[in-house]
Design a protein around this ligand. Structure first.
Ligand code: ADP
Ligand code: MG
Length: 541
């Protein structure tokens, strides 16, 4: 349970702790809600976000929206004003159940204290059955002090794991035939596949059928990025020329350019695998739809290929084409990474980070260029080991996600590291959660890739020059943040270790020290060229 206490939920947090529920006090409800939702994605069972009435709940809406957009399970419990004062202008009165409806699958106030257990069971069940999402339970202030006869409460058991559904047999048969007849096939692995824990089946499918695959940002690691069949480095080309694309838990939204030309062939055949029937057919007319759990459907597909021992020919011109593109793209970013000029560029920074990244670490990342370029260089080898701005493109999620990931890591795999790679702007949204990190002593390694701005900033001298022409509100480009801000001091303020990093040597050394120290969090404030950008992308026609 993550939250911020106050009237009327302090007692709920205390009672939860007494029952053995761990309580993590955060500094803003939004970050608390991000953290709780990451627990849902990482474990398959929802975390709880506990908030106070009115503004507390309103702050949490951002986290609920983000969870719902990502299809991640989450329970939000909100205190609300006394029922007897409703409509009278009570302290922090707000139509909370209504407000949450737009951000959740299920939003309700239990009719009595006795109804709470069954409502919670329903909320947990709704959050994980079908397409996962957020659920809201409202607890009026008077509930907290009301008395109830324990014998009158019907205790309900915790809900069972979601039932597993399989795709229609004839559709599986058709899908296998479309794949077999593909000239340029491509599998796309999304965060739905990561959430479904489909890694084993998908890996078998890729290796047995020798098919190229492309992970979406959070689909990275379901099959390792360094797998020979991963065509991540030729993403645009793979999307553009594939004639058959199988989507495993990935929506055809902006992340995949909607599945339409010019980013795709006009006659590309899509096979969609998804647990949500309403998703099937969005933006394209699919060749085959496989409604069901990805793990189960992948096994169904494997059975089809087992029978015939079919393989996509590894010597095809499609493979050759993809390999060539991967090689040239990789060479181009290596070239940028090898530049020795100061301040450093993004590629130089990420190549050094990648060199030291522990294989099993969880990478959290947000920012504009920081996240986009970082994703292409930083490798994921394990499923559900990458958390980022996601479907909603939310900035401010990083520290909450990192806190949740560090808590999961501590329980499951002591010694496993969480690396949080933030742009300087993204860091600002939830920066005070550094205090939370230090309070619970979570040994997160925070990297702030600092270009003095949003997308791009200016250097210290240009900033000074600029201010000669007027007040900053009139002359400073809206993308600028204060140059050379010492974000590392936010970490040292609370007892963690901070580094101000300007050169490749300083980066290597401070990262090595941070990774070696498992007793403390650290923050590396890495100065980069304020005008640095990503390498130009070429979309061949
Ligand atoms: P990405 O951002 O990686 O492209 P999306 O969030 O767009 O991924 O898509 C994830 C999809 O996975 C959603 O449409 C969701 O309904 C689906 N999904 C989630 N869990 C399962 C599951 N167990 N089986 C099948 N589909 C699932
Ligand atoms: Mg920036």
């Amino acid at each position: 349970m993550f939250g911020i206490v106050g009237i009327p939920v302090t007692e709920i947090a205390i009672a939860a702790q007494q029952l053995g529920i761990r309580y993590v006090g955060m500094r803003n409800e939004q970050a608390a809600c991000y953290a709780a939702s990451a627990i849902g994605y990482l474990t398959g069972r929802p975390g709880v976000c506990l908030v106070v009435s009115g503004p507390g709940l309103v702050h949490a809406l951002g986290g609920m929206a983000n969870a719902n957009m990502n299809c991640w399970p989450l329970i939000v419990i909100g205190g609300s004003s006394e029922r007897s004062q409703e409509t009278m202008g009570a302290f922090q009165e707000f139509p909370q159940v209504e407000a949450c409806r737009l951000y959740s699958k299920f939003s309700v106030r239990p009719s009595s204290i006795a109804a709470i257990p069954s409502v919670i069971e329903k909320a947990v069940r709704s959050s994980i059955y079908g397409r996962p999402g957020a659920c809201y339970v409202d607890i009026p202030a008077d509930f907290v002090t009301l008395q109830v006869n324990v014998n009158s409460i019907k205790y309900v058991e915790c809900c069972m794991p979601p039932p597993v559904s399989m795709a229609e047999a004839s559709a599986v048969h058709r899908a296998a035939s479309v794949i077999r007849n593909a000239k340029r096939p491509l599998l796309i692995i999304g965060k739905g596949a990561a959430y479904a824990r489909a890694e084993e089946g998908l890996r078998k499918l890729v290796e047995q059928c020798k098919l190229p695959f492309l992970p979406t940002p959070m689909g990275k690691g379901v099959i390792p990025d360094n797998h020979p069949n991963c065509v991540g480095a030729a993403r645009s080309r793979a999307l553009q020329f594939a004639d058959v694309i199988v989507l495993f838990g990935a929506r055809l939204n902006w992340i995949l350019h909607f599945g339409v030309p010019p980013r795709y062939q006009p006659d590309v055949k899509f096979i969609q695998v998804d647990i949500c029937a309403e998703e099937l057919g969005n933006n394209v007319r699919p060749a085959v739809t496989l409604l069901g759990d990805i793990n189960a459907v992948t096994k169904q597909l494997l059975e089809q290929f087992d029978k015939t021992q079919w393989q996509y020919p590894p010597e095809s011109s499609w493979w050759k084409n993809l390999r060539e593109k991967m090689k040239s793209n990789e060479a181009a970013s290596k070239e940028l990474a090898s530049q020795n000029s100061l301040p450093m560029n993004y590629y130089t920074v990420f190549y050094h980070v990648q060199e030291q990244l522990p294989r099993d670490c969880i990478v959290v990342s947000e920012g504009a260029n920081t996240m986009d370029i970082g994703r292409t260089v930083l490798q994921n080898c394990l499923p559900r080991h990458r958390l980022d701005a996601g479907t909603f493109g939310t900035m401010g999620v990083g520290l909450g996600f990192a806190i949740a990931a560090a808590i999961v890591a501590k329980d499951r795999n002591p010694g496993q590291r969480v690396i949080c790679v933030e742009g300087d702007s993204a860091f600002g949204f939830s920066g005070m959660e550094v205090e939370t990190i230090c309070r619970y002593n979570l040994p997160i390694v925070l990297l702030v890739v600092n270009n003095n701005g949003i997308y791009q900033g200016v250097d210290k001298d240009s900033w000074k020059e600029m201010l000669k022409f007027g007040d900053a509100t009139a002359v400073a480009p809206p993308v600028c943040l204060l140059p050379n801000s010492h974000y590392e001091q936010v970490m040292t303020a609370f007892g963690g270790t901070g580094y101000f990093v300007q050169t490749q040597e300083e980066l290597q050394k401070s990262l090595r020290q941070s990774l070696a120290d498992t007793t403390k969090p650290s923050l590396l404030n890495i100065m980069i060229e304020p005008q640095a950008t990503r390498k130009a992308q070429v979309h061949s026609r």
